[in-house]
Write a protein that binds this ligand. Structure first.
Ligand SMILES: [Zn+2]
Ligand SMILES: [Zn+2]
Length: 274
């Protein structure tokens, strides 16, 4: 089974002691492709994800300013993001959005920095990774006004809403990325969303080191454990886990506009009779 962890923070200092071992366990669990989220500790450093992707071939990366760090962004930050989006391993801008739970940056600043990054991503024709917490209303309003016209896709990372938010996200052209939360027994609304979302619009992620899935809940999360999330979604939908793994992998490749692997291309060519 080949799995994609579409969202992890492997640059985190929580992995400084055993990063190589963590990545070996991921490979042993079949996690063959990962996206290193590049928000790090925020501006002026925008290359936390790129450093990982440059070092480890199984990674692609994002760049972006997390809503927590919005107050650290300057004009120079945005110019650098535009340049970094051209890096060959950068496939998305994120995670960006609004976080009204912590309010680490003032809300008007979060909104301004979010909007500027929507403009940068749509100019660069790159998908976005959305972080939204206790801010669905403003998130949907800004996305429908300022992102939907681009016609580009995006990812609702660590999807935490229910059926209504899932439908709204799907209508806006988003993929829903499910993480550890979907495995929590009380997360019935998120589980409902995982049941109703078409399989071709689902992604899976760990958000490691955060939000470990059951049965590892409460521990430091790591990419190998994305398999528990795949298994839970399969159980909720009544399909084999391998089907969820294959669909979420294909979805990620499509979203990131990455070529499928050569074996698959060869197979397609054979079936065409060439
Ligand atoms: Zn997040
Ligand atoms: Zn994250």
């Amino acid at each position: 089974m080949s799995l994609v962890d579409s969202h992890c923070h492997i640059d985190s200092k929580e992995f400084d002691g055993d990063r190589e071992a963590v990545l070996e366990r991921a490979a042993a669990a079949g996690v063959e492709l990962l996206m290193a989220i590049g928000t790090g500790d925020g501006p002026p450093d925008l290359e936390a994800g790129i450093r990982i992707a440059d070092r480890y071939p199984q990674f692609v990366a994002s760049v972006g300013v997390h809503p927590h760090d919005a107050a650290k962004a300057t004009g120079e930050t945005f110019r650098q993001l535009e340049a970094l989006l051209k890096h060959s391993k950068v496939v998305a801008l994120g995670e960006i959005g609004l976080d009204y739970h912590y309010d680490f940056s003032p809300r008007d600043v979060q909104e301004a920095v979010f909007l500027e990054q929507l403009r940068i991503a749509s100019d660069a024709k790159k998908p976005i990774v959305i972080h939204t917490r206790e801010a669905w209303g403003d998130t949907f309003r800004l996305l429908s006004e300022h992102w939907a016209p681009s016609g580009l896709p995006g990812i609702m990372h660590c999807f935490s809403g229910g059926a209504a938010e899932a439908q709204r996200s799907l209508d806006l052209g988003f993929f829903l990325s499910f993480g550890g939360i979907v495995t929590y027994p009380k997360a019935l609304e998120v589980q409902e969303a995982a049941r109703m979302t078409p399989l071709d619009r689902i992604l899976i992620e760990t958000d490691a080191p955060y939000l470990a899935p059951v049965p590892k809940r409460g521990k430091r999360n790591e990419p190998a454990w994305v398999s528990y999330t795949a298994a839970k979604i399969a159980e909720l939908r009544g399909v084999p886990a391998a089907e969820v793994a294959e669909a979420t992998r294909a979805n990620f490749l499509r979203l990131a506009q990455m070529p499928r692997d050569e074996r698959q291309v060869a197979k397609l060519e054979r079936s065409d009779g060439v």
